[in-house]
Design a protein around this ligand. Structure first.
Ligand code: NI
Length: 169
């Protein structure tokens, strides 16, 4: 396994639409294992493939990476099929927008269909942090960052900060 290099804003790749995965094979599983290692190394709870520069409809989530409930969810071709009218707000951050956190309002509950790492069809109903995380990762797959949910002013401040961090190396 390997820790991969993270793509950070304002890199234009983060705005690209990721492509559906057709071959769920050993190579993809190896790549997803690298994504998990990269997520853990960066202290994240979720990572989409485009964040390591690969425009594939793939993400990994572990809501309790260092805790007793640590469990990786491998999401391939995830799609939101239902959302609640009720909204909830979480203070979000993103490995591709370092050192920025802000409140984002999203549907409180949702249903997502996806394929797992073995290619089996799965359906999950989520709420709480899991619901937020799923929507955040599916946004990445669709070329959106959490800061795209903020005001223009807040977004431009975040992008400027991220660009400055990148130039520092
Ligand atoms: Ni993110």
């Amino acid at each position: 396994m390997a820790v991969l290099e993270l793509v950070t804003a304002p890199d234009p790749r983060l705005k690209s639409l990721s492509e559906p995965v057709t071959d769920i094979d050993k190579k993809l599983r190896r790549f997803m294992a690298d994504m998990v290692e990269t997520m853990y190394a960066a202290n994240g709870v979720g990572l989409a493939a485009i964040q390591v520069g690969v425009p594939k409809s793939v993400a990994v989530i572990d809501l309790d990476p260092k805790g007793p409930n640590s469990k990786v969810i491998y999401l391939i071709n995830p799609k939101i099929v239902r959302t609640s009218d009720e909204m909830s707000t979480y203070h979000e951050g993103c490995l591709s927008v370092p050192e920025i956190w802000d409140d984002v309002k999203r549907p409180a509950r949702l249903t997502v269909e996806y394929q797992d790492e073995n290619g089996a069809e799965q359906v999950v109903d989520a709420d709480g942090l899991f619901a937020t995380c799923l929507q955040h990762e599916i946004d990445h797959i669709n070329g959106r960052l959490f800061i795209d949910h903020l005001s223009r002013l807040k977004r431009s401040i975040a992008l400027r900060k991220s660009a400055k961090l990148k130039n520092k190396g």
